[in-house]
Design a protein around this ligand. Structure first.
Ligand code: PAF
Length: 293
């Protein structure tokens, strides 16, 4: 632990953090956890605030996890703003910042492999091979280190949430997962650390992803999946600077792709991924209790 002039505690090593949290648990306090890769924005802060409301002690980790990047350039360019992050966390009411380096989190090379069945073959799993293996690895490590009662994740990474839910169920982590709503800019653009790599014009272009999702939403009642997909593609073809990677309609909980809307009942997700100025962005809308009946 390092003494700071502020009340938020900073930890960089595992043992001092664990010793501290052991005492917190002994006092019967609830620990809430928000894992992040830093470059924080209002979306992360909404998780911190919710975590603060529902727990006695809020822990946030900031670690840019190398094993979840399948593109070395993406890893190199990922914004690293720890000092600013720490100030934002402190202001939002975070109690503990855990900011380990790579040697702390990966003291030896691991060959561990997770397999998440169909989740590996659709959307993010299909286009970012190995990504979820890295996420599962680091989240498992973080859950073991922090042993939180609750952990908070954003809905923007919907498929990640499904992966982590599977991880928690299958490995019996005693943690309650909380999915929090997407926070958007005024123009609809979903907040993301990657937005920092876009200028104002590019961010305005990127906001068309949300507009495309909203358009798709209006078509759900009367159109087929194919018609909706065609319309989203056509809409985005007319926006200069967006390169669509996928648009899918899926079950919001299992992420199984939905091909027939007439028979689907349940929470539906419209999911999109695209490049704007070389930056890969994702977004989604969840429609709860969808049914045409
Ligand atoms: O969502 C993220 O920021 C990351 O994937 C996570 C969960 C912190 C793991 O590195």
């Amino acid at each position: 632990m390092q003494a700071t002039t502020t009340s938020m505690l900073h930890f960089y090593e595992i043992s001092p953090l664990q010793n501290f949290l052991w005492q917190v648990r002994k006092e019967g306090k609830k620990i809430g956890f928000v894992p992040t890769m830093g470059a924080l924005h209002e979306g992360h802060l909404s998780l911190i605030r919710r975590c603060k409301q529902e727990n006695d002690v809020v822990v946030c980790s900031v670690f840019v996890n190398p094993t979840q990047f399948n593109n070395p350039e993406d890893l190199a360019k990922y914004p690293r703003t720890l000092e600013k992050d720490a100030q934002m966390l402190e202001k939002a009411g975070c109690d503990i910042l855990f900011a380990p380096n790579e040697n702390v989190m990966y003291p030896q090379k691991t060959t561990l492999n997770f397999y998440f069945g169909h989740l590996e073959n659709v959307m993010e799993g299909k286009f970012r091979k190995g990504h979820f293996n890295g996420v599962a690895l680091v989240v498992s490590k973080l859950f073991h280190i922090v042993q939180p009662h609750r952990a908070y994740f954003g809905q923007k990474d919907l498929q990640q949430f499904a992966i982590i839910r599977t991880l928690v169920q299958d490995l019996m982590f005693p943690v309650e997962l909380v999915r929090c709503p997407i926070v958007r800019e005024a123009n609809g653009l979903a907040m993301s650390s990657r937005n920092q790599r876009l200028n104002a014009e590019q961010q305005a272009t990127a906001s068309h992803l949300y507009k495309a999702l909203k358009k798709a939403e209006t078509m759900l009642a009367e159109n087929s999946v194919k018609q909706i997909q065609k319309s989203v593609k056509e809409y985005l073809l007319n926006v200069r600077g967006i390169e669509l990677e996928y648009f899918e309609i899926a079950d919001a909980n299992t992420l199984q792709i939905v091909e027939d809307l007439t028979s689907f009942q349940g929470d539906l997700a419209l999911c999109i991924a695209a490049y704007v100025a070389g930056v890969r962005l994702i977004d989604n809308i969840v429609i709860e209790n969808f049914s045409r009946k």
